[in-house]
Design a protein around this ligand. Structure first.
Ligand code: K7E
Ligand code: CUA
Length: 653
């Protein structure tokens, strides 16, 4: 148990701003020292050569995913997910706007934390990557052959979808947990009635084996704590999922103090196979939830539908579906080792790293070794389920990943280090400082049953003095660490886009050869597509003008347009006729209040333009596509409302 004094110290370090921890760690040799011999060679990927791995880092408050190569740390692509991205027209073009619809309306931003690769038999299968939106609860699915977002589902009855979207070992489900308990279903009550009225929901979103399509399968109604992170079991623990909780004190104010009172909070162990059965037996209630489901179809067009109704299971109607595992103290991460036997928690304020045993958990349930219950949910006896505790690991344990040799690696936020320990004897074997204030760490395949033994990535919150300063905002960072030897070795650090909470990585060979190169123009089924230049046209329909335009190196057809009037809304439907890899064309027009379009070969994208001035306005290609890219331009003439200038456009010569 932590002494009151140590607890206070930990609290002060944790919440006096992680900066305390950071500057304390800045004193020793933060700069490259003798330990870096040979590091450059290990991360050097010569010009023209490929990296060995793709890494997908969440953008945190950027709402996106960034794709890097490892070991080089080179950035390849930012995949727009929950946030509008003017670089690609994501969330601005008519075809992609529906993707950001929610029951609250159009929500063009979110806070994305946990990329999660699809799995088959507890191994990464390279099909999709899922990621959560915390703020307006959502889960997105990105197709790994296009590296584009294909589907977003809103999670109803939830608030702060943080413990998400970790996938089960066969991608049966992606999970979600309410970080903030709220009145469920929502209603107008005093905040002081938290204990009576606020509850949480743990959500299971089913994933179609063939298409990846996500469906809200069921939710489990749980007591009003803050449910933080999640991991499904694997191997023997397949069929279960584990969710950390904090604020079992049920405070609503000054949680830094008021939710740090209890020595232990809980991990909720959910038997989702049993939940499935209870739901199939009709034991779930139907809640009148309303939530958006958005997807991109085969024609590359986004759709949004509003769904209603959620199946909600009360644990009292399905005994055995959930147990609480007491866990010190305000646990954040929960991670399951490659064998599926060990469940490791990162108690932010805990003096030890507790490791629960799945087999002991099963025995304790069978023997009813309970110490009580929380709102009817049995609380298991800590000693009965404990496999061991890692003593003196450091300060502020958050997240754990695993290598292929029975070792675990835990990130320590406050003491800014990674500690390596053995799953055999729970003894610390090594530690390495990281710069600074690490959140998640990631071992390639470290959440699968067969981790790659080579590299670990530290995902750091604070960089302070590590890079050239850039005003008040400094970059977050990833650091690549060699884990092949007994001693961890720092190889590289590189700044990231947004805040990289978690990351996933996969062997490049698993997905590089299935990358889509172009969309088929012949199969372009966008109703506004123009498949050849001679089909280009401009049509007036009342107060709207539709421009059906083509682009190919290095011209638009048409490139002179007249007859638009003030008061009109103009839709530019631009089809890229190219069928070559890596030849997108852009489209931008003066005064547009949205963004450019970036149209992939064979694709159609539509941007809306409402002219506000009389005159002649240029439009042009934004993506340097050929030697005569600068010539890829045109004009659109805007006349006064009611003018007699007829619709006119030029045909190809
Ligand atoms: Cu620890 Cu959102 Cu998984 Cu950040 S979370 S670090
Ligand atoms: Cu097309 Cu530049």
């Amino acid at each position: 148990m932590m002494s009151p004094r140590l607890t206070r110290l930990v609290l002060a370090a944790a919440f006096g701003a992680g900066l305390l921890g950071a500057s304390a760690c800045a004193k020793p040799s933060a700069k490259a020292g003798p330990g870096f011999a040979g590091a450059a060679e290990k991360v050097y990927v010569p010009p023209g050569k490929y990296d060995e791995y793709y890494a997908f880092l969440s953008g945190g408050f950027s709402g996106q995913i960034a794709v890097y190569g490892l070991p080089s740390g080179r950035l390849f692509r930012v995949i727009p997910v929950f946030s509008q991205d003017p670089e690609k027209g994501w969330g601005y073009s008519e075809q992609t706007k529906p993707m950001l619809m929610t029951s609250y309306g159009f929500v063009p931003w979110d806070d994305a934390h946990h990329p999660s690769l699809s799995k088959t038999d507890a191994l990464n299968d390279g099909r999709w990557i899922f990621i959560n939106g915390n703020n307006t609860p959502r889960i997105a699915r990105v197709d790994l052959s296009e590296m584009d977002t294909k589907e977003i589902i809103e999670i109803p009855n939830s608030a702060g979808n943080h413990g998400s979207p970790f996938v089960t070992q066969g991608t049966e489900y992606v999970v979600g947990a309410t970080r903030f308990s709220v009145p469920s279903p929502q209603k107008d009550v005093p905040i002081s009635s938290y204990k009576e009225n606020f509850t949480g929901l743990i959500s299971f979103v089913a994933v179609d084996k063939n298409t990846g399509k996500m469906t809200l399968a069921f939710q489990i109604h749980v007591p009003g704590f803050d449910y933080d992170l999640a991991r499904p079991g694997k191997g023997p623990s397949h069929g279960w999922a584990f969710f950390t909780s904090y604020n079992t004190e049920q405070a609503t104010s000054l949680l830094e103090r008021n939710a740090s009172q209890n020595d232990k909070d809980y991990i909720a162990a959910v038997n989702w196979k049993q939940a499935e059965q209870c739901v199939a037996q009709g034991k779930a209630d139907n809640w009148p939830a309303k939530y958006a489901h958005n997807w991109i179809d085969e024609a590359q067009i986004g759709h949004s539908e509003m769904l209603s109704g959620a199946k909600v299971l009360e644990p009292s109607k399905c005994p055995g579906v959930i147990y609480y595992l007491p866990t010190p103290k305000s646990p954040h991460g929960v991670d399951v080792d490659p064998t599926g036997e060990y469940i490791v928690a990162g108690g932010k304020l805990a003096a030890v790293i507790p490791v629960h045993s799945f087999s002991k958990l099963q025995k304790a349930i069978a023997n009813k070794e309970f110490t009580g219950d929380a709102s009817g949910i049995p609380i298991l006896k800590y000693e009965s389920i404990l496999a061991g505790e890692v003593q003196k690991p450091g300060l502020g344990p958050l997240h754990t990943e695993f290598d292929a040799n029975g070792n675990a690696y835990t990130s320590m936020f406050i003491s800014s280090e990674i500690v390596k320990w053995s799953l055999k004897d729970f003894q610390v074997k090594d530690r390495i400082p990281v710069y600074y204030s690490i959140g998640h760490l990631m071992i390639i395949g470290g959440d699968t049953r067969k981790p790659d033994g080579k590299y670990m990535l530290a995902l750091n919150k604070i960089t302070k003095d590590r890079y050239l300063p850039t005003g008040p905002e400094l970059a977050q960072a990833a650091q690549l660490i060699d884990i092949t030897g007994d001693k961890m070795k720092m190889l590289l650090d590189f700044p990231t886009i947004g805040e990289p909470h978690y990351a996933q990585a996969i062997l490049a060979s698993a997905i590089k050869d299935k990358q889509l190169r172009t969309y088929s123009l012949a199969e372009n089924k966008d109703p506004c597509a123009t498949r050849e230049e001679k089909a280009a046209k401009v049509e007036r329909k009342g107060k709207t003008v539709h421009v059906y335009m083509t682009s190919i190196r290095s011209h638009f057809v048409p490139d002179n347009i007249e007859g638009v009037q003030l008061g009109d809304t103009v839709y530019f439907h631009v089809t890229n006729l190219e069928q070559d890899w890596d030849v997108p064309h852009g489209f931008a027009v003066t005064g547009a209040r949205n963004s450019e379009l970036l149209v992939m070969p064979g694709q159609t994208r539509t941007v809306t333009w409402v002219p506000e001035r009389v005159g002649v306005f240029p439009f042009y290609c934004t993506d340097f596509c050929s030697a005569l890219h600068q010539e890829m331009q045109g004009y659109i003439r805007v006349s006064a409302a009611g003018s007699n200038v007829p619709i006119a456009f030029n045909a190809p010569k």
